[in-house]
Design a protein around this ligand. Structure first.
Ligand code: FAD
Ligand code: NAD
Length: 473
């Protein structure tokens, strides 16, 4: 077996496996090292995203959404369903099967592209070497270039130590064998809202304790307020401005102590999810003698071409600055592969879409009104409610809105913000528009099919110029 490569990638998450495949496509002799092990004990490339992140969470979001619809939405269509019930074991098994299929798919893609895969823990050594502490043997790989894509891990807090039984992180929250009667969640961020929604729809009483006074501060606040109202109506009890001070476990419960502006409180929950952010998984990525620079939060320092402080060593994905998103890491992976094969590479960090897969979904790209205000940029906004589109009415989803923000003078689109049905799919049009430096007038002049949800995008663009057709301007 060869141990000398053009490129060795450490980590097979969406950043690393994409980098490895693209390197191999470009003719570079490539290896990828990853330490994830699946439930069956076998290698399971795909990183956080495929194993315990994007994919399993979306599988459960989808299952729980179907269940919620049967119970709460079918009746208005005239469909009567007697006694819908949920079999959690089947739901979890479906999720696990999807994960197994997709992680198996990565192994097949590695084979098809001739990427050598090593299952084990990689460590960056001096002189372009990677030590692999493998499940079968220990090896040292030699590479012309190395790409670190070691990802991130959940942050824990001393007030709520994770035991993956009563107090869990996002991974544990994908595995509850029964619907908790009362679920506590610390952190009203992306994970807290997505996984809180899963268990709420399945019947849990859900209380979310968020430290900040503002709900979803990174989201345009008109959209965040609209979403917050809808989550409240769904029964997600989101408490802002809470500082969790401690937890205490009995055989069946966790009591969670917290304080807010009104004083000290305690709630009793059956399970508690800690979802207070993620940190780069970089503690042991390099041997001590390697001078790999990291910032004070552990992110590997890179320049604008993903080059680290060590020559011939690059870093991408959650392990470096920027949003912790699978598609951001994948784009960086492709970019570095192209650089290493002598091409130019660029990732447009200004136009990376975000999606929160609650119902309704939240999606956005570009700047919020609050960011533009703080930058003293003048703009116009056009908003359009889904309730005013025929398709949303026909689907029985008359909720949410699209807001387009365009520059006051040039009309260039600066941000698009959606809360509503299938926002995750609708945002793609806005991403294309912004990537091509479109104006709101450009979107207003594009023919959108009728009846579709995308008509709300068309109308929001018309609304920027106060000429929406299906609402008063
Ligand atoms: P990772 O996916 O973390 O992969 C890194 C891999 O490297 C892992 O397999 C790790 O075990 C391995 N590794 C680490 N160190 C070593 C080493 N020394 N040797 C060998 N292997 C090593 N993002 C989205 O864009 N959309 C979503 O819907 C979404 N949903 C999410 C839901 C949840 C519950 C969570 C937790 C995250 C979600 N994310 C989502 C975030 C997304 O999972 C990450 O941004 C993405 O996985 C980062 O990719 P990465 O390749 O940088 O790192
Ligand atoms: P997050 O940063 O989205 O949210 C964490 C929340 O916890 C914040 O609102 C923060 O103010 C709050 N918080 C922090 N410390 C706290 C404390 N001690 N008490 C109470 N609240 C506290 O982080 P996350 O939800 O853990 O998700 C991590 C990252 O994973 C996300 O930022 C995102 O990059 C990625 N992710 C993406 C998706 C998606 O794209 N749909 C889904 C899940 C995760």
């Amino acid at each position: 077996m060869s141990t000398t490569f053009d490129v060795v990638v450490i980590g097979a998450g969406p950043a690393g496996y994409v980098a490895a495949i693209r390197c191999a496509q470009l003719g570079l002799k490539t290896a990828c090292v990853d330490d994830q092990t699946g439930k069956d004990g076998a290698a399971s490339p795909g990183g956080t995203c495929l194993n315990v992140g994007c994919i399993p969470s979306k599988a459960l979001l989808d299952s729980s959404e179907q269940y919620h619809r049967i119970q709460h939405e079918f009746a208005s269509h005239g469909i009567q369903v007697k006694e819908a019930s949920i079999d959690i074991d089947t739901m979890l098994a479906r999720k696990d099967k999807i994960v197994k299929t997709l992680t198996g798919g990565i192994q097949q893609l590695f084979k098809a592209n001739k990427v050598s895969f090593f299952h084990g823990r990689g460590k960056l050594l001096q002189n372009n070497q990677v030590a692999v502490d493998g499940d079968k043997e220990n090896l040292t790989l030699q590479a012309s270039n190395i790409i670190i894509a070691c990802g991130s891990e959940p942050i824990d807090i001393p007030a709520a130590p994770i035991d993956q039984d009563r107090i869990v992180d996002s991974t544990g929250a994908l595995e509850f064998g029964q619907v908790p009667r009362h679920l506590g969640v610390i952190g009203a961020g992306v994970i807290g809202l997505e996984l809180g929604s899963v268990w709420r729809r399945l019947g849990s009483e859900v209380t979310v304790l968020e430290a900040l006074d503002k709900f979803l501060p990174m989201v345009d606040q008109a959209i965040a307020k609209d979403a917050q109202r809808q989550f409240k109506a769904q029964g997600l009890n989101i408490k802002l401005g809470c500082r969790v001070t401690g937890t205490d476990q009995t055989a069946k419960h966790v009591s969670v102590d917290y304080s807010d502006k009104n004083g000290s409180h305690s709630i009793e929950v059956e399970r508690l999810v800690v979802a207070v952010g993620r940190r780069p998984n970089t503690n042991t990525i390099a041997a001590e003698e390697v001078e790999l620079k990291k910032d004070d939060r552990g992110f590997i320092e890179i320049d604008d071409q993903w080059q680290t402080s060590v020559p011939h060593v690059f870093a991408i994905g959650d392990a470096v600055r920027g949003p912790m998103l699978a598609h951001k890491g994948s784009e960086e992976g492709m970019a570095v592969a192209e650089l290493l094969s002598g091409q130019h590479a660029h990732v447009n960090y200004e136009v990376i879409p975000w999606v929160i897969y609650t119902w309704p979904e939240i999606a956005w790209v570009g700047k919020t009104e609050q960011e533009l205000d703080s930058e003293n940029v003048s703009y116009r906004t056009g908003a359009f409610p889904f309730a005013a589109t025929g398709r949303a009415r026909a689907m029985e989803y008359p909720m949410g809105q699209i807001r387009i923000i365009a520059h006051q003078h040039t009309d260039r689109v600066l941000g698009v913000h959606i809360v509503g049905p299938y926002a995750s799919e609708l945002i793609a049009e806005a991403v294309v528009a912004m990537e091509f430096a479109a104006s709101s007038e450009d979107i207003a002049r594009i023919v959108h099919a009728h009846p579709t949800l995308s008509e709300a995008m068309h109308e929001a663009a018309l609304a920027v110029d106060k000429r929406a057709i299906h609402k008063a301007n």
